[in-house]
Design a protein around this ligand. Structure first.
Ligand code: CA
Ligand code: CA
Length: 163
């Protein structure tokens, strides 16, 4: 009986995650040049908290080699500041491609994912995609930090048929 309940809980969890994945609407997808703040109530006090997206690059050219575009990685990260003044800098960082690469992801989104692990805290979902594939990352809200719960890569055919 316990096994059945666990299975049902798991099935519900998977269902709610995939349901959330479908809820990202076109106007929630934004280019990596759109770094306008995102407001989500992450500490559950009823007041939206401010999440500031930020992009940066890291350079890793092998010793003695010229710095080529393929050695330049593009990252996006997020800084949280709650309405009560608590902050978590760079609570999640995501490598969305390399410089000069045509095929890297070009849109992203960060939205509430509901309470995925049922601990009372709202969790987040990060989405990144282009016209061929997408990746969704569920971030568990641990209060003072966020941890990656799952990553899922889908191709666009699945994505479109889900809409
Ligand atoms: Ca809040
Ligand atoms: Ca939670």
């Amino acid at each position: 009986m316990i096994k059945v309940i666990l299975f049902l809980k798991l099935a519900l969890l998977v269902f709610s995650v995939s349901t959330n994945a479908q809820q990202i609407s076109d106007n929630e997808r934004r280019g990596f040049d759109n770094l306008a703040p995102i407001f989500i109530d992450v500490d559950g006090d009823g007041v939206p908290d401010r999440i500031q997206p930020r992009t940066y690059q890291t350079y890793h050219n092998p010793p003695g080699k010229r710095l080529l575009n393929k050695y330049v990685k593009n990252w996006i990260t997020f800084d949280l500041k709650t309405s009560t003044g608590k902050s978590i800098k760079s609570f999640f960082a995501y490598n969305y491609g390399i410089a000069g690469q045509g095929g890297s992801y070009w849109v992203y989104s960060l939205v509430p994912a509901g309470d995925v692990n049922k601990d009372g805290r709202t969790d987040l979902m990060f989405y990144s995609g282009d016209d061929t594939s997408a990746e969704t990352v569920i971030l568990l809200n641990k209060g003072k930090r966020f941890s990656v719960h799952s990553r899922k890569i889908t191709d666009s055919d699945d994505w479109l048929s889900d809409l």
